[in-house]
Ligand binder design. Structure first.
Ligand SMILES: NC(=O)c1ccc[n+]([C@@H]2O[C@H](COP(=O)([O-])OP(=O)(O)OC[C@H]3O[C@@H](n4cnc5c(N)ncnc54)[C@H](OP(=O)(O)O)[C@@H]3O)[C@@H](O)[C@H]2O)c1
Length: 381
């Protein structure tokens, strides 16, 4: 055999072994560790945690220590915290590729959740924007907890008085995603026609309302059972995806925001107007290793051949955007849709429900039962 073939076969074998090793490492799941039983000296919070990867059964409510308040920090008593698909992605560690950042074998950060709303209960000496008693909402890792410590410069703004804690706690990830998809990536202008695929979900219910607030003509794609709700939050037109395929219809759109990933990019682009744009928020769920990333990688390859601009977006949480959303809520133009509320001790059920993919608006965990959860935790010890 010629030397160059031997080299090629050798390289192929090394690559195969390396990829197999990487795949085995990424998919390895360490056993679930119990929460530490030692009493915590100093301040603590009840928090939902995941000490291993797996189904919602791995989630538990436990006490975690809180750091001492620094001069530029404030303490928030959380009243409501919403769950997002990213919470169950982190809980399962899927797609596996995300474990490169979240932790190999088990999560490096055991805390769960991002979105919250609550009341400021203490402020450091240098804090000027907030005072004790202020009602706030925002985003922070580990938000499924009854108490959070945040920097004054963190992702935190005042809650408008006309929305509930559950509604404000539902804003963070979903509403930011909807806003950035429409305004930044989609460059939506007043008078344009926008189609929201997945209009009845957490992101979609915000997208419909934000697109209306931006002066667009909105078509929402959802199932028949959610048609009235999607019309009720402002959609001018609704397509029931179980009865009709919007990519096979005559209507053209200036912007499509896709929260589902059930149609190819070329099918979506096929129903865009001449100046139309496609913004992909979610790819097709496809396998454990790359999951939705597979279709997004594919988009990179086909993108140069598409007749209209198409791109995947990743939302970046931003305080100014939270303020924009607070202003829209204050004026009544955006009103978060809450599907279900669960008590803290049932946070695992909340995430299990969301994971089934049938939520109508947002799913929220209420913290007003934190005392009961605490009592149950103490009794279990
Ligand atoms: N790229 C980013 O930065 C980013 C940020 C946030 C979220 N995401 C992703 O965006 C996706 C949506 O998030 P979400 O919070 O809105 O999820 P969600 O609340 O779980 O979405 C559930 C909704 O999807 C609807 N749905 C399911 N299949 C559908 C279909 N074929 N056509 C139209 N609607 C359908 C369901 O309606 P029915 O029950 O009637 O079917 C349900 O109302 C998730 O995959 C999430 O991971 C991405």
């Amino acid at each position: 055999m010629k030397r160059r073939y031997k080299v090629l076969i050798g390289l192929g074998a090394i690559t195969t072994v390396a990829l197999t090793g990487l795949a085995m490492t990424l998919s390895h799941e360490s056993a679930c560790e119990p929460a530490p039983s030692a009493a915590i000296a100093g301040d603590s919070t009840l928090a939902v945690t995941a000490r291993c990867y797996g189904s919602p059964e791995v989630l538990q409510v436990e006490r975690l220590p809180l750091p001492a308040l620094l001069p530029d920090q404030l303490r928030v008593q959380v009243r409501a915290a919403a769950v997002n698909p990213l919470d169950w992605h982190y809980m399962r560690g899927k797609p596996y590729v995300m474990r490169l950042s979240s932790g190999i074998g088990r999560p490096e950060d055991v805390r769960v959740g991002v979105d919250f709303a609550g009341v400021v209960t203490a402020v450091g000496a240098e804090v000027t924007r907030f005072a004790v008693g202020d009602e706030v909402f925002g985003a922070r890792n580990g938000a499924l907890a009854d108490t959070l410590i945040l920097s004054e410069d963190g992702l935190l703004v005042h809650k408008p008085a006309n929305v509930s804690f559950a509604q404000a706690g539902a804003v963070g990830v979903a509403a930011t995603t909807a806003l950035q998809a429409l305004r930044d990536h989609g460059e939506l202008k007043a008078g344009e026609r926008v189609l929201i695929n997945g209009a009845s979900g957490g992101v979609g219910t915000f997208a419909v309302q934000i697109a209306k607030a931006m002066g667009a003509h909105v078509t929402g794609v959802c199932s028949g059972r959610n048609e009235a709700m999607v019309r009720g939050i402002g959609a001018d037109q609704v397509i029931d995806y179980k009865r009709a395929d919007y990519t096979a219809m005559d209507q053209r759109y200036d912007l499509i925001v896709d929260m589902v990933g059930n149609h190819s990019a070329s099918a979506n682009v096929g129903v865009l107007s001449e100046r139309g744009r496609l913004v992909i928020v979610a790819g097709k769920k496809d396998g454990d290793y790359l999951g939705p990333l597979k279709s997004l990688l594919w988009l990179r390859i086909v993108e140069p051949f598409l007749e209209r601009p198409a791109g995947f977006m990743l939302a970046q949480l931003d305080r100014d955007d939270l303020q924009t959303l607070a202003d829209w809520m204050a004026s009544g133009e955006v009103s978060p849709v809450i599907d279900r509320e669960y008590p803290l001790e049932s946070a695992a059920e909340a995430i299990a429900y969301l994971e089934r993919g049938r939520a109508r608006g947002k799913v929220v965990v209420r913290m007003d039962t934190a005392e009961a959860a605490n009592a149950a935790l103490s009794a279990a010890r």
